[in-house]
Design a protein around this ligand. Structure first.
Ligand SMILES: *Cc1c(COP(=O)(O)O)cnc(C)c1O
Length: 461
């Protein structure tokens, strides 16, 4: 383990707690009412009524004492704030990209980018688009094409780098319609297929193919440090390399990146776009000023820029990353013992439970994933998120097309919960697994066209 030369079995939380928040204890009947009032959509549940919140690892990190100190030091000047230059320096030395454009969160970078390079007739190719990335590509009029490797769909077959892109499929797609592809995106780690890492080998290959077809490659790098740590653990030749070096090598294969800083930058709000292409950066700044703010703050306060700069350095500490990856594996070990099926191996930021296999009696049109998260909340006050037919199913003209997988993601916020919280989650799951056959499905009452899962209302069948 990093520079500490850790020889013990127990991986401890590499921090102590200075400030605490109470958890939301509720009774079962309160939770029943909350579910009914919220249309059986966990996004409608007040956080006060949640005991352990595994809805997302986005914006839910605990900041360090150093980051809170940075909040006080933040420079709130409208233009040219000191905090911007500090952030710019950190991002330049991490990524090597010269043009740094702050935005309020990841999807703002996506909106700006695809407003410029998207549009009807274009196809954006990725190992897998994250849901907001897909939405921004599609809103621009372009098509979003996912080309994950075949292993990504084999839920119970572990493999080291299930986040990879299918490079043969990429070659074929670029040969056929390369001139309509404005950009290729590699999402690291690959969120949509289970927080699975991408190998350096795959990044290098994709980069070479893109160079051959003269198409820029961008990283969607929300979890670049978790990905870099997996490379250190799993890819030959990287075991002794510092994670920061590995991360720099990852960025070196692309011409830019978009980042939701709410993940691996350990902040509650923030993001950025970083590019080599000066012309594209100039256009992006024009769009930025209209919609987000001036070029040196992009929709954020100076203190947010400061905290982001510090978080981007803290995330590369190997004691932290070792604990982070190990604590997700610990949750997975407990679920495996309780015979809960999930995507193997567990990802970097959470465990993705296979609701299709856990609840085979509930058909996709009755949303098994959603049924599972409702029961998880009802039983233990635990909040997860459905990544299945509610999120990715297509409902058009009364026809229903299910998603490829029915998953429940248990995303673990960074530096927030301790091992006993996770032990409790495992205990609740074991209880639920034992009576899985008695769970019932849900009927969809209303949903919007894009990102339906945020606003949907359902009822039990
Ligand atoms: C969260 C996320 C985004 C979007 O970022 P927001 O900060 O939520 O707008 C984009 N891509 C990936 C891979 C993400 O995980």
């Amino acid at each position: 383990m990093g520079r500490m030369d850790w020889a013990w079995k127990t991986i401890i939380e590499p921090f102590k707690i200075k400030s605490v928040e109470p958890l939301g204890f509720t009774t079962r009947s309160e939770r029943e009412t909350v579910l009914r009032d919220g249309g059986y959509n966990l996004f409608n549940v007040p956080a006060d009524k949640v005991l352990i919140d595994l809805l997302t690892d986005s914006g839910t990190s605990a900041m360090s004492a150093e980051q809170w100190a940075g909040i006080m030091r933040g420079d709130e000047s409208y233009a040219g704030a000191r905090s911007f230059f500090r952030l710019q320096e950190v991002i330049r030395s991490l990524t090597g990209y010269r043009e740094v454009i702050p935005v309020h969160q990841g999807r703002a970078a996506e909106r700006i980018l695809f407003q410029i390079i998207g549009g009807a007739g274009k196809t954006v190719i990725a190992n897998s688009h994250f849901d907001t990335t897909r939405a921004n590509v599609e809103v621009s009029g372009a098509e979003a094409l996912d080309l994950p490797v075949a292993e990504a769909h084999q839920i119970d077959q572990p493999a080291d780098f299930k986040g990879n892109m299918d490079t043969l499929a990429l070659e074929a797609a670029l040969k056929e319609r390369g001139k309509d592809v404005p950009v290729v995106i590699m999402t690291v780690t690959n969120n949509s297929v289970g927080g699975q890492p991408v190998s350096m080998h795959n990044l290098r290959e994709v980069s070479e193919i893109c160079r051959h077809y003269k198409i820029p490659l961008l990283l969607d790098c929300a979890r670049f440090a978790e990905n870099a740590y997996f490379i250190k653990l799993r890819e030959p030749g990287y075991a002794k390399r510092p994670v920061a070096d590995i991360a720099r090598e990852m960025f070196s294969y692309a011409q830019g990146c978009m980042m939701s800083a709410k993940k691996d930058a350990l902040v509650n709000m923030g993001g950025f776009l970083a590019l080599n292409d000066k012309e594209l950066a100039k256009k992006a700044r024009e769009v930025l000023i209209v919609g987000e703010g001036f070029t040196t703050y992009g929709g954020l306060a100076g203190r947010d820029l400061e905290a982001m700069a510090i978080g981007l350095q803290e995330i590369l500490e190997e004691e932290y990353l070792s604990y982070r990856i190990r604590s997700i594996a610990y949750l997975a070990d407990g679920l495996r013992r309780a015979q809960v099926p999930f995507i193997e191996p567990p990802g970097g930021h959470g465990v993705y439970v296979d609701a299709k296999r856990m609840l085979p009696h509930i058909p996709p049109e009755q949303y098994p994933g959603q049924a599972l998260i409702c029961e998880l909340y009802r039983t233990g006050g635990i909040r997860g998120v459905e990544i299945g037919s509610l999120m990715f199913g297509r409902r058009r003209d009364g026809r229903f097309e299910p998603a490829a997988m029915e998953l429940v993601r248990l995303a673990v916020p960074r530096r927030v919960y301790t091992q006993s919280h996770i032990d409790f989650v495992i205990e609740v799951f074991a209880d639920l697994a034992a009576r899985a056959a008695s769970l019932r499905g849900l009927r969809l009452l209303e949903a919007s066209e894009h990102l339906a899962h945020f606003t949907a209302r359902l009822e039990p069948i």
